[in-house]
Unconditional design. Sequence first.
Length: 352
Amino acid sequence: PLVLGIETSCDETGIGIVRGRTLLSNTIASSMDEHARFGGVVPEVAARAHLEALQPAVEAALAEAGVALADLDAVAVTSGPGLAGALMVGIGAAKALAVSLDRPLYAVNHLVGHIAADLLDEDAPPLEYPTVALLVSGGHTSLLLVRDLTSDVELLGETVDDAAGEAFDKVARLLGLPYPGGPEIDRAADGAAGPAGDATAIRFPRGLSRASDMAAHRYDFSFSGLKTAVARWVEQQDGDIPVADVAASFREAVVDVLITKALDACARFEVPRLLLGGGVVANRRLRDVATERAEAAGVTLRIPPLSLCTDNGAMIAGLAAELISSGRRPSTLAFGADSTLPVTEIQVAERS
Ligand code: ATP
Ligand code: MG
Ligand code: FE
């Protein structure tokens, strides 16, 4: 099916068009620049930016895909989780499109969409089930056991405080680096302003990562203790802060916890497959450590192209196309924004 997907859960206005598992276009407009001076995404600013960006983004996506609105078989939209006002703009547009074109509408889960991005990776062999999936983004850090993307996603654990990306952003701010902090920390650690940082310089805590924690906490994550440890360490210095060393040591702690727990879950559930998703996957060190340790553990690692890891509409369209192929009915029009939609709800308001 030819599906247009709309994604507006945060600051990216993403419009994607797919035909089945084939990506035809992926247009993204970001309002990040407007939020940078506030040090984080401002919900009302994001919602207004979506309103302005949507129409041109839809037109650009159609042009790039070489299709017309009338060609579409279905419309898909993120119904949650995310910022309520931002979600509402996308949902309104998706309902309007579906009604005016008389096409089925699929309201889907943003987090499952991040996993579905993998389906659109044409260089990779088909996704096999079950797979463990680690979703690391600005708002979420979740470990999932995916038995079927369209019907069975189990939450093994998630962060009890800060998301991994959020921790990067907060530590960057502490080090005087601009927002968004993830890429800045990555660059600082790699020695953007001089020699590369020493990842073993400071031993920062790895929250909830002992074997007993993993058993007792269902694979939950905690990054706020790490953030506090970095803050305290920085405060205690008299002279200049060795930014590269702090960035590298902090990054190492985050990456170590994420990959240790993900591979532990692979072992425990006897699933030799791990899929990564979310914006933090842009982190070079995360990808390198995941690659090394997965290989050593005999686990097949999948990392979608980075353009599909950050928020985008193609992953939403791809998930809906998969739902359609597996015979799922469309959503009713009676759904709204659900800012805390759990990852286990893959599609909302399916017609009975
Ligand atoms: P969610 O999907 O949970 O709603 P989001 O959409 O805001 O959150 P993404 O756009 O997937 O999240 O990812 C953005 C986050 O990724 C930011 O916190 C940013 O700092 C982080 N990030 C981006 N590049 C890197 C990097 N190289 N290293 C670490 N973190 C990074
Ligand atoms: Mg974002
Ligand atoms: Fe996201």
